[in-house]
Design a protein around this ligand. Sequence first.
Ligand SMILES: [Fe+2]
Length: 423
Amino acid sequence: MQHDDTTAAGIDGGVPVPGAWPADMTLIPDWIYTDPGIYEREKDRIFLGPHWNYVGLECEAPNPGDYFRSYVGPFPVVVARDEDGEIHVFENRCAHRGVEFCRAYRGSGERFICPYHNWTYNLRGDLVAVPFRRGVRGRGGAPAGFDMAAHGLAKFRVARRGGVIFATASDEVEPLEDYLGPGILKEFDATFDGGEMRLLGVHRNLVRSNWKLYQENLKDPYHATLLHTYLTTFGLFVTANETNIPTDARGRHGGLLTRRPEGRPEVTEEEQSDMQAFRAAMELNDPRVLDFVREFESGWSASVLTIFPTLTALRQTNILNTRLLVPRGPDTFMMVWTVFGRAGDDDEMVRHRLRQNNIFGPAGFLGIEDNEALAFLQQGVRRSRPGYGLAMLGDDGEPVDTMITERAIRGMYRYYREVMNLR
Ligand SMILES: [Fe+2]
């Protein structure tokens, strides 16, 4: 597949040409979700490009020697805390033959030993031992000039803020704070306020869709008012809620901020007629899932941040979680949900957070609906005649205080088209 840098814009007789994106940003071509060549290009230009990739939380490796496995885009990495407390991120690929050597999802130790030939690395990813390096009885072994320092693991640069860890392969990316931009940084800091965090659990599931669709989903308040019975019926997310949809100056990151009213929402008959998901008569058997213990210095009861390329950070009532999207080809991604609380939580608060987290996750009251909708969307763009999706709702200007907008989706794709050089 050719993707030359000077592709003609336009719809070309109605058939989308891979690599050629119409000038009209309300049209999203199917091939960005399905084309293997586009996926390969994303590896270089996005995941190894000038971006800070979320890899995990500091509370996942609180003590020296702690480590866990994660991903930069599709690439497996290890996140480790060394004896001095510094965090390192390196590829989970032995420098010898390429073995994905770290098999435990999470652990603690002083060394990583590749199971195949026992090449051994320290917590900084440096090569510290090669068995039979000098051969046996003067024969065999590594060449005389073999330099251990030149054969460590491939390392990423690391940035940390508020207990959140990011990694990049780029020497050109701006500092993390500039990367996020002031508006998104403010909302990031409101959730990751420097208070000590406590890991409550992780779940992982595969979604049969392109990874970008999940970022879109969380930049799309329109669907949330229509698809999700739980959100609308119990007032977590209804059109009447006060809302703001900020994006950074380049459009790549977004926020979806809402304030939940006390009690059940006021929903007019006109709004109800547009909301199939709303069920006025529905009640919860355990209404405690909706309890909201105020804990953050923020006027928003819910904050969903989409940080390009693969992080979403959620604070919804007392649910705190991050989602890492791990692309597995154009048609599938793995989602890693990391659920956390605060170090000072008592047992009751931990119970409350875990109970409330039932709304998310692979079988959550609401998470399951997104997973299904995105799988259906992927089927549509993969199986039907090639075409375009529409993202034309709302204006591109500020202020953004309505949920009936697709502005943040257009913003992400404006940036995506630029960084992928698809203009
Ligand atoms: Fe959703």
